[in-house]
Design a protein around this ligand. Structure first.
Ligand SMILES: Cc1ncc(COP(=O)(O)O)c(C=O)c1O
Length: 449
């Protein structure tokens, strides 16, 4: 095992905390989400499946840019297309034909897409979709399930409505304890959560707010496939009350199929939202949907300078074409199933009760224990020991098409050594003493897990 430290990363993070409120721009990039003090915090460069941190350490990246990297870092085809685009201008005072070409690509690729608007990120795209749904329906309230970004419409869910549970609506959709500071109080009661997988709960929520709900927005799935008939049931309930159904496909993206989640689940929503993997690391997002719903946006003020910059458009068009040409869904499925069976097998070998399971294109590790503190210690120890062996990640794995059998082999070898340490810790009852960092803050608790 190579001797590594992340001293430069940690010093830079100290400087960042003096200058940047919260330290990072994305909560998922906070060092406390990993093994703080052991995991890398700042990257210097990346290529294919790997990145190098500012301390000179090399890592296999099992987070894939929090899902944005689907083809691999610095993909030569996408990057060459973007470089060529830069040489002809990144944006202009007028429009570029790529805007129409990408729209055609999305309409040809995604089942529910008849018209398209663009954005620069997932939260942005969700906010646009919600605005269009409100405008098209003339209604204000939104039912949601899952994570949909940082905007007022969504965080309004945690405003006090006088009900029993204060600031708790987002607990199981995002993470507990979010204070909606800065979100206008008059939005209280406009964003209402429903639990994933429970059709009765959704039906009741729709009935309770009959005639007031503009849209149901939800992640079609995250860690597991939906229960049989669930999404069909959601679509039926929504349609019965003329409520617009929006699938937030920002995280599922183009790993399930080259057309996103809709062909896999067999349900076509009224609208869908994409970002992250749509453009392999370049800022881009898209809102797509049925013509009669989307057309309402032509009468609404939804407008921004950089939404149609040529780099995001070119990166997205090329990425979508490459995902299809290389059959990336099959590649990530194969990586995922191999990873799941081999990691579960080395856990068994060491006697640690853990399974690598879930969706093949987004596997996750589950430690079988009822003890919450122990579970958190196990997760942190796993992240810590894997980082020391050059594998950067959480206990879940975001896959990309540049990950190789060598990466899997190195990762499984690291996992074996990690589980051996965990097994000893469990036997001696000293897991806590094996931690060289504070316990990981598991901020995102989504849908199933
Ligand atoms: C389902 C979903 N929607 C929206 C977002 C927000 O996307 P972004 O971070 O690009 O604003 C995310 C981010 O993880 C997501 O997973």
């Amino acid at each position: 095992m190579q001797d590594r430290n992340v001293d430069k990363s940690m010093k830079l993070y100290e400087r960042a905390c003096q200058l940047i409120p919260g330290g990072t721009q994305l909560i998922s990039r906070r060092p406390t989400r990993f093994a703080c003090g052991v995991s890398p915090v700042y990257a210097q460069r990346a290529s294919g499946s790997r990145f190098w941190d500012i301390d000179g350490n090399e890592y296999i990246d099992w987070v894939s840019g929090i899902g944005a990297i689907i083809l691999g870092y610095c993909d030569p085809v996408v990057d060459d297309a973007v470089r060529e685009q830069i040489s002809t201008g990144t944006m202009y005072s007028i429009n570029h034909e790529l805007e129409v070409e990408l729209a055609e690509e999305l309409v040809n690729t995604i089942p529910c897409a008849e018209m398209v608007r663009y954005a620069k990120g997932g939260g942005d795209a969700c906010a646009i979709a919600v605005r269009i749904a409100r405008g098209a329906s003339g209604r204000d309230k939104i039912l949601f399930s899952g994570y949909h970004g940082w905007h007022d419409w969504y965080l309004a869910a945690n405003l006090d409505t006088g009900a029993d549970q204060k600031n708790a609506s987002l607990d199981s959709h995002l993470f507990p304890g979010i204070d909606p500071t800065g979100v206008p109080k008059c939005l209280a009661g406009t964003a209402i959560p429903f639990p994933y997988g429970d059709l009765d709960a959704l039906g009741n929520a729709l009935d309770d707010h009959h005639g007031e709900i503009a849209a149901v927005i939800m992640e079609p799935f995250r860690s597991e496939l939906p229960p049989d008939g669930y999404l069909e049931g959601v679509a039926k309930l929504a349609r019965a009350q003329d409520v617009i159904l929006i699938f937030d496909e920002v995280s599922t993206g183009f790993r399930p199929t080259a057309s996103g989640a809709q062909p896999l689940v067999g349900v076509t929503p009224d609208m869908a939202v994409f970002a992250k993997s749509i453009s392999n690391g370049y800022p881009m997002g898209a809102v797509v949907g049925r013509r009669d719903v989307m057309e309402a946006a032509s009468q609404m003020f939804i407008s921004s300078t950089y939404w149609s910059d040529t780099l995001g458009l070119r990166a997205a068009l090329t990425t979508l074409q490459e995902v299809r040409r290389r059959d990336v869904p099959k590649i990530v499925h194969d990586i995922g199933t191999t990873l799941q069976s081999q990691i579960t097998s080395v856990a068994n070998e060491t006697g640690v009760s853990a399974r690598c399971e879930g969706l093949s294109f987004h596997p996750h590790l589950t430690f079988e224990t009822d003890n919450e503190v122990e579970r958190s210690q196990l997760a942190t120890l796993f992240i810590q020991e894997m980082a020391k062996r050059g594998c950067h990640g959480y206990t879940s794995f975001y896959l990309n098409a540049a990950q190789t059998s060598d990466d899997i082999e190195q990762t499984v070898t690291a996992a074996l050594a990690t589980f051996q340490i965990i097994a000893q810790g469990l036997e001696k009852g000293n897991l806590g003493e094996l931690l060289e960092c504070q316990q990981q803050v598991e901020s995102f608790r989504r849908l199933v897990r």
